[in-house]
Ligand binder design. Sequence first.
Ligand code: SF4
Length: 209
Amino acid sequence: MNENIGKRNALLAQKIIGGLSSRNMTGYYAENRDEALRVALSLIPEGSTVTMGGGMSVHEIGLSAALKQGSWNFIDRDGIEDKRAAMLAAYDADVFLSGANAITEDGILVNIDGNANRVSAIAQGPKKVLFVVGMNKVASDVDSAVKRARNVAAPINAQRFGLSTPCARTGSCMNCKSPDTICCQFLITRYSKHPGRIHVILVNDVLGF
Ligand code: SF4
């Protein structure tokens, strides 16, 4: 990461962490992927049941790989044939891991989902939710965050999964009602009712989409 961008990210992260704190959520800043991994593992007690609902950022810092190798009960939904059982297990997990489609400078998380397994688990169920968020996901406000989610994250994911949506062909959102749309449920996490439940690691890097 460029040194000047890093300095700006470190300052901006403090603003976001303050915003998260005002919303009953906890933020952390990691200078790089290795530090992000250390912070993440420090927040997941050994023996915990851990699951996730997608999230390139979680993979990119090496967190899913570390959990699979260590003393955690990591439920890898890709290895479970019964997808409904995997989704239901997520709601009862000790820790749920996720990336974010966007986060605002004042600490509001924005996530869009097709099947809604990810956004529903973020909203309710797992005892702890741990987000890994690259500083490339920061948006100035909720409108910008939703625009980022729909015009950057969603088209890339639609292409990644080979979906037949207009954005997969054009690269930007056409506000479709295609059967393949991944923009079914929008979750704006403005405040957490449960102290200690939501943790956000901001990483001085480009992670996910
Ligand atoms: S609404 Fe449709 S076109 Fe827009 S980002 Fe979502 S899937 Fe793509």
